[in-house]
Structure formats: structure tokens, C-alpha cells
Design a protein around this ligand. Sequence first.
Ligand SMILES: [Zn+2]
Length: 894
Amino acid sequence: MNAKVEHRRILLADYRTPDWLVDSIEMEIDLDAEYTRVLTTMRVRRNPAEPDGSSPLVLFGREQQLLGVQVDGHEIAPGDRELSASALVLRIPEQCEVRIESRIRPQDNHSGLGMFVAGGGVIATQCEPEGFRRITYFPDRPDVMAIYTVTLRASPERCPVLLSNGNLVASGTLHDGRHWARWHDPHPKPSYLLAVVAGNLPHLTDQFLTRSGRSVALKIYASPDKISRCRHAMDSLKHAMRWDEDVYDLEYDLDVYHIVALDGHVGAQENKGLNVFDAQTIVADPDDATDDDYMLIERIVGHEYFHNWTGNRVTCRDWFQLSLKEGLTRFRDQEFSSAMSAAAEKRIAAVSRMRADQFAEDSGPAAHPVKPESFIEVANFYTTTVYEKGAELIRMLRLLIGPTAYLKGIRMYLTRHDGRAVTTEDFVRTMEDASGRDLTQFRLWYHQAGTPQLDIDEHHDATTHTYRLRIRQSCPATPGQPRKEPMHIPVAIGLLDADGRALPLRLRYDVTPCTDTTRVLEVRHSIEEYEFVDVPVAPILSVLRDFSAPVRVTFQRRANDSLFLAIHDTDPVSRWDAIQGLATRAILEAAEDFRVKRPPRIEPDFLNVCAEILSGEADPGIAALLLRLPEENTLGAAAEPPIDLDCIVAGRQFVIGTLARSLRDRWLARYEELANDEPYRPEAIPIARRRLRNLSLGYLAVLGDETSIRRVIHQMDNGANATDRIAALSILTDLDFPDRIATFDRFYERWRPNDLIVDKWLYIQATSRLPGTVERVRALTAHPAFDLLNPAKGKALLGGFCRRNYVQFHEPGGSGYRLFAEMLIQVDRIKPESINWLMPQAMQWRRLDVSRRHLIQTEFRRIIDTPNISRGLYELLANALLEPSASPDSPAMG
Ligand SMILES: [Zn+2]
């Protein structure tokens, strides 16, 4: 078959309103052991807005056996129906009732989409983006919204719990001993939000009183061994519900809210009233969840809850609008999480992810706008650009129009479009209406790919007391977009004097004086100039405060100014930025020393600043963030291609070793004084203390002496909580010491019954920087702890290696690339919709040296030559091999 015909590219420009609408749908699902029978009754009518008026009803459907079709109670004539592997086409009256009977086998479905059997024999569904068509025949697209009623029947022994969306309206027992439950969701929704869960799942109950006085029953379901560990998720849910009322004035709209934690599952899904999660992001106790897990649970539970309005009540017209729900909801979960605790740390973590992952995506062949224009496989577009950069767009919007207009705009958006499927354009237009601002230029953020670059020059005039800033913007070419228009970029700045005091920010033509210590400059043209007055001494510029826009900044500042900002800037993101800049420079300079084979050096001033932060910083959580050196992937993204990866790795190792040795006594003092024998609490202060203590442990371990290594092993064996034990294991994974394998085996034997910890054990080994990791990871794929059909384990081991192991993935002999190709082909056979999460590092191949480029291309070719690769893999490889100047519509493959 011709690949180009098979792998059709879908274009945003080809969007057409649906020909047919579905007002209501009733599903009867018999969950029997051999087959699951699905009887679907829909009330359909031709869309009055459809211009043609003659098109048949197209119902998408895959991997199911059609048993019968009735129209208004009569079997359809054979000539009026046409069935293919992907659709059922019906010629029917303008308005009628269509009844379809089909059957499926969830037990054979490993795609992760549709209905499947998860851990513990629990039957569950995942319909976003196109899973519903694996359950029944339906116009499975988000702009067809309907009212759903779902009746489930099953044996009460096998499935004592029967859940779907909305409220329970009836239930009972049948003559044959099976039981049934009927669920009705009064809110119209797209098919991707349908959910069914059935199985043996105990639950935890609570309730929430909404601000208007309605009582909502809250239930979390999990496997019997995990249900006692769901309290933190329940508390997080209640905090999220309260926060959305307090901040956005949004109240929950059903009588029940269910969360189901599935074993061996990956991801979390916001199905209306019935969220389905992987157990890892619900279950937590001090023995198996780290501080990061506790915070992640809070954030993700919040995220899926917030979708109830931003995503469910108002949804996306088509998948090109994915960021409409994901960018906005990601921003809302960031704000919620920051409101709960440690706001500065969380913002810095988000900025760090943007720099490491999204900037890399933007600079590679998979660069795409927040609103993509075409795709072959929609599953490939659940990217950091759509989620993380999408969230930054909302943050910029709020900064530009102000928090009051932003909230007004959100409320207006949700009222205006309630129960509808809309576009990012609808969203931006509402923000314009709410604020009175013209956002025409701002819209480019949705359409132009790539990371804008700001080049900044400054000039201070001591005689006129003026300070001039010149900001020049540009944006590199990305696939299909050789030239870019200037963007509307909010640049938040502050000026400090030599004592660290904030200076006034008066522009020459200000009408009203600016009294804030941070000012947002709106950069709109290719070159902008700003003249500040009443600046008697040369100030120190603090720029892009709070990462006010997702851009790169080049500003030649004096080294001393960076040192100064690292200590004195009042904006935590800028402080972190200053020290990251210093660390990056120190590492890249050492890398250059290695390259030209001269003894590497490090600036004493850099060591002094680190010493001051380590001993003097009041907040240990901030100190830990400031003293954590950039990882190799961030350094690679900051280096000019071709990246000399081996020298970067050596340079980073040298700087870490120097920091460890020269501050040895301080690390030890911090490690000892931050010890804590109080019971574990996942709260900001103890979390901050553990962070710095474990960072200190890691620096001490770099010294490599027996005492230091024994200290880490002791903490792995005797740490009082999962955070300390896992931190120790993560340090050990990069250390070469006698009995290393035996130490890891001992950890496994101890924690073997706890699958959440075992998955971490797999992940940590997959991310080791040590030589021999490729062989170890390959061996682990045959270990009893691993199962390729279990998505959580796949994510831990294969994802850990392919996504997060920068050093050994790019091992100079190419064995990492070989392992990557083997994994990719295997996963593509079982679960083609999920291969994109293995790809990000490989996508950066053009930035590597010649030898590595050659090695990885050999593997790409091996994959292409493999028979029957999926359309998703085809698209990813076509993108990877695209010439940098080409457009994605002209793939380099035949
Ligand atoms: Zn989401």
C-alpha cells in the first residue's frame, strides 16, 4: 500500500462543521466475560448549518464486531449501510433514531484507548482523543456533543462496582443474577469524555459542601491494597474544589464526583464526574510517595477537576484546539498548586521544564505552534508545546490585560460558550471583549512556532540620569515557517542599585508614575527602545522577571552583576536564572578546557556565591533549587551545535566535583543540621529541609570516599520515609562502587511487594549516567519486575531511558540508539498511540556531532525498513528526517 495514501495528513484548514448532530445517546453495555455487548441508541438529525444537505451519516468505528443496525425500530436495508475497517456509513432520514449493536473484547485491547482491562481485572475506558470509536460506532469528534445515559450490566462477583459519568439514576438485579446501574449525565459532552469503570474496587468517601449549599458526594476508588492511601488525594480534591470557587467563582455541577485509581495505568483523564487516574498519581503514604509525588498528586487531581469547566462544560471544536483546554487548565493547576505551598519553587520548576523540554522541542524538527495546522496522528500532539507553552500564553495574557480583566474574561468565556465546542480564537476574542484590549498581534503566539529571541543592550548616562534599554526581537525558522512576524511580548523588568534596593521605573513619557518595583514592557516591534529617567547611577537590570514570556534572552551583563543578582534580586525566578547562567557558563568553559586539553578551571567568585547561598540562604528549598546544577539536556540546549556532548558531561562533572570538594564542610554541616526525626509531613517547611539535605548528601557522595558512599547506602536502608530512601537510591545510581548491583538488588527485595516503589527502582536505574547502563536496561526488560504490557512499567523503564537519560542515550558507541530503536519498534507493535513519549531526545539528532548523527540515522533507517510501522511512528520519523527548511507537508520519506 502507498504510505502517503494510508497516512493521510489532516489539516486545520479542512475543518467542516459536522453534517449530523446527535442530541442524546443511550448506551446499554453488557460486561460479560467472553464479549462485551454494546447497544447504542442515538437520536440524530441533520445539522441545519450543513450546506450540502445530502451527505450520509458517518459513524467512526474500529476493532469491533457489528451485530445489527436499526433505524426508527426497523432493520436498515443492506443498500443503505456501508461498513469499512474505520467507519459505518448510513443513509437515513433527516431526523431519526439509530440503534447499533456491536461487541468488543476489552481483554484483548492493549492500545490504551477504548475499553480495556487494567490491573486487578478492572474494566475501564480511555476515550480521549479517539477511543470512543473502539467502543461503539459514533461521529467521534469533539464538536458533536450529546446527553448520555449509560446502563451497565455485569456479574456482581466480578464487577461489584459499576460506574459511568453523571448521576446514578437507577440500579437493580436481573433474573439471571447479574446486577445493573444506570447513569445519566445532564450536561452535553463530547464522546472523548465518556467513561466506564467496572470491577472490584473499594472506595473512600467524603463530601463537599459547595458555596451555594449543595452537598457533593466524593468517592475515590482504588485496589484493595491501596485504598487506605488515598487520603491525600481526597484532601487535594477538596482544596481544588474550594480554590476554584474562591478564585474563579466556579462551582461543581453534579451530585457526585468520582476518581478511580487504576493499577498499571498511565495518565489521568478528566471524564465528566468520573476521573480515571494511574494509581501513582493518587496513592500516597510516607512509605511509597516522595515529596514530589505528594505535590504532583495535589496538582494533577486539581488539573483534572479544573477541566470540569475548562474542557468539559466548554470543550474544543477539534483537536487542533487542544491547547484551548490544556494550556488554560495547566495554567490553572499551576496557580492552584502555588497557592497551596512553595510558590517560588514551583514557578522555578515550571520554568526549568520549559527551558529543558519545550525549548528543545521548539528548536528541533518537531517544532509546532501551540495551535498546530496539521497532523497525521493526533496522539502525537499531546506535547510540551501544547501544554506548557500553552499555559505560558495564558499567563502572558493575564499579565497583559491584568488579573481583574482576566477573571472577567474567563467568566465571560464560560457563560458565552457553555455546552459548546469552540476554538482558541473564541477564547482570545472573549479576552478582548473583557479587557477592551486589541490582541491581534498576541494571536501570533498561537500560530508561530519557535522560541523568540530577545537581544538586549543597555546604556546609562550619568550626566542626564537616564538609562536606555534597546530590545531587539527575532524568532528562528521552524519547519514550514521560514519567516516570523514580530510578536507581542511582555517583558517584566526591575532595576536595582548597588545595595540591592529597587529603583523607580519611570519612562520619559509616563503620564501616570509607575510605583511598582517591577514593570512590564510590551515589546511589539523588531526593535524597541525605552528611556528611563531619574536614574542617577548605573543600575543592575533584572530582566524577564517571573519568566514573563517564553523567550530566550541575550544580555551581555558584567559577571559581577550576575553574582549580585544571584544573591540580591527580589524576584526568585531571576535569582535562579542568574545563578543558572553562571553555572552554565562555568560548565561550558570547563567543557572547552577539556576540548582543547588544558586543565579545567573554575572562577572563585562562582564558588563564593554558592558558599554564601549554601550557608546563608534562609529558605532551604530555595537554596536547594539555586545550588542544583543544570542537567546535561539543558546544557545541550544552551550550547551551539554541533554539541560536544562528551566535553559537556566532563565539564559538568568537574564543576560538581569542585563544588563538592571546596564546600565539603558546609555540605556536611547542612546535611547534619537539617536532619529531622519528626513524623513525615508533606508540608512546605519539612519538604524544603529534605530538599537541601538530600542535595547535600548528593554533593558529598561525589567525593567518592568510602564514608560518603556508606552514608548514602545507610540512608537508602534506614531513611524514615520514601523521599529520603528514593533520594539516596537516585544518588547511588550515578556512583560506581563495589556491591552496586547487590545494593540495588537488596532494595528491590525489600520493596518488591510495592509496585509504586518498584517502578521508581526501574526508573532510577534507567536514568543512570554510568557506562553499562544500556546493558542493564536491556537486562531489566527481562526482569520479573518489568512487563511491557503494563504501561506504568513501560513509562518507568523505557521512558526513563529514552526521555531522561541524556548521557547514556547518547553513549558514543551508539548502543543507546540501538536500544531506543528496539524499544520503539516493540512499543509500536503493542501500543502505537503512545510511542511519541519515547521520541524527544532522538528528535534533537541534528544538533549532535557527525559521528552520533550518523549512528542515529542508521537506527532511523532500521525503523523505517521495519514492515508495518504505525501511522504515528511514520509521522514522527517523517518529522525527524525533515530538512530544517522544509514544511511538514513534504515529508522526506516515500
Ligand atoms: Zn488536561
